[in-house]
Design a protein around this ligand. Structure first.
Ligand code: SF4
Ligand code: SF4
Length: 165
C-alpha cells in the first residue's frame, strides 16, 4: 500500500486528461445501469482494501463538517458546539467548516479513527464511489483519485467496463 500511495499523485496526474474526457461523456449520457455498476465496483474494491493500512484521506484531506456533525461531535466531547469549532475547525473559501489542520486530530497513530462511531457524514461516505448518480460528482472524483487508492482503482475499472465512454 505504501508504494502505491507514493505513486498515486503521479498516476492521477497521468490519467487526469483521460478521466476528464471520460467523465464529460458520462455526464452527457450516463449509462442506464450506472448505479448498479458503481455498487459492484465499490464493493469489489473495498472487499480487498484495508483502509487501516492507508488512512490517506484522514492524513491529507479532511471532511466538511455539517451542523449535525458538529453537534454530534461536540456532544461526544461534552463541549459546546462553538468551543468545538474554535478548537478544531475553520471556514473554507466556500464557507464550509473544515479541519484547521491535517492529519485529522482524531486519527490515531495506528490509523484508527478515535471518533469512528460519531465521525462526520463525509467520512462515512468517502470516497463516495457507491453513491447514486455518481457522474454528478465527477470533479470531486477526479480530485479523489489522487488521494484514495481505492477510488483510483474504481475509476480505472469503470473505464475498462464502459469502453464506449
Ligand atoms: S477511503 Fe481511500 S484514502 Fe481513505 S483510507 Fe480507505 S483507501 Fe485510503
Ligand atoms: S474524523 Fe475520523 S474518519 Fe474522519 S478524517 Fe478524522 S480520523 Fe478520518
Amino acid at each position: 500500500m505504501d508504494d502505491f500511495l507514493k505513486q498515486l499523485p503521479d498516476l492521477a496526474k497521468d490519467t487526469q486528461k483521460q478521466n476528464k474526457r471520460f467523465f464529460a461523456k458520462l455526464r452527457k449520457k450516463p449509462p442506464a445501469k450506472l448505479d448498479q455498476l458503481m455498487q459492484e465496483l465499490h464493493e469489489n474494491e473495498f472487499s480487498r482494501t484495508d483502509c487501516l493500512e492507508c488512512a490517506n484521506c484522514c492524513k491529507t484531506t479532511g471532511p466538511l463538517f455539517t451542523d449535525r456533525d458538529i453537534e454530534r461531535l461536540a456532544s461526544h466531547f461534552r463541549m459546546k458546539p462553538g468551543k468545538f469549532i474554535d478548537q478544531y475547525l475553520r471556514l473554507d473559501e466556500d464557507q464550509d467548516y473544515v479541519l484547521q489542520s491535517v492529519p485529522c486530530p482524531f486519527l490515531g497513530t495506528d490509523n484508527y479513527c478515535s471518533v469512528y462511531d460519531v465521525r462526520p457524514k463525509a467520512c462515512r461516505e468517502y470516497p463516495h464511489t457507491d453513491r447514486k448518480k455518481f457522474h454528478q460528482i465527477s470533479n470531486l472524483t477526479i480530485k479523489n483519485v489522487a488521494i484514495c487508492p481505492a477510488a483510483f482503482n474504481i475509476v480505472e475499472e469503470m473505464k475498462r467496463r464502459l469502453p464506449n465512454y
